[in-house]
Design a protein around this ligand. Sequence first.
Ligand SMILES: [Zn+2]
Length: 304
Amino acid sequence: MTSAHLGLDLGGTNIKWVVLESDGPLPRVADTGQVPTDTSRGEQSVVEQLVALAGDSVHRVGRIESVGVGVPGLYDPVTGATRFIPNVPGTWAGVEVAAQVSAAVVAPARLINDARAFTLAEHRLGAGRGVDSMLGITLGTGVGGGLILGGSLYMGRDGTGGEFGHQTIVADGALCGCGNRGCLETLAKADAIVAACGLATVAESVEAARAGDGRAREGLTAAGRYLGIGVCNVAVLLGVDRVVVGGGVAAAGDLLFEPMREELRRRVFITDVAAIDIVGAELGIWAGAIGAALCAAEVTSSVG
Ligand SMILES: [Zn+2]
């Protein structure tokens, strides 16, 4: 029997959704779409949009078994309420998003961090297929991450396991949005890269670097080195098999990946770094929504 699972991916610019259909070991993407995020009334209009999109899906599909909502921030996994979402306007502390979406579809709903959702999707259906352990990295406005350990998404104590971008790289570095100083995110987020490259956007920086611009090349190499140091820390601590890099900034490809690989070769001697792949993601802009749907589907099927 075929079951349908909805994934919603809340972003600062768009809300994306996918419907996964499952009647075997691997689900398939049956439907996708996106709408601009409506922040006209802060978090209220955003939550109304999520509820409406979930309701629309039930109308189209007939019955939804579960809903996963990917959020670009932190949440309480017990209550399904958001805690901190820095890049979507609104007052997000204590907003019971999962309960409201669940009521709209009459099915269980759960929240997941968007980078953890990306990681799960790439492991099950994308560039991480088949490996036992994987680090997922999302590069964009911020630096997100997620971990697959022993084939399962590792959530940590409260859903924050795998926060790759908030490891300290510089002891007294720049202040990070999380409150710490010197986080990897302060060195490798899009704003940091364009500042180092002396250009307006990451796309311009990548284009200039490919055309041979010295400052742009150095800016991207520096970001890649910092990301590589972060990967070294994860590699020695957890012995991951593969690193999958996605998000808009990952379009820089080997301009970032090569200095990352170089840091692994320079710093890690306790394991064979030649066996650790650093590769680009495969699922494109839908990875977050797919992973949110998978997360809810896997929890639902393991419970029932
Ligand atoms: Zn931080």
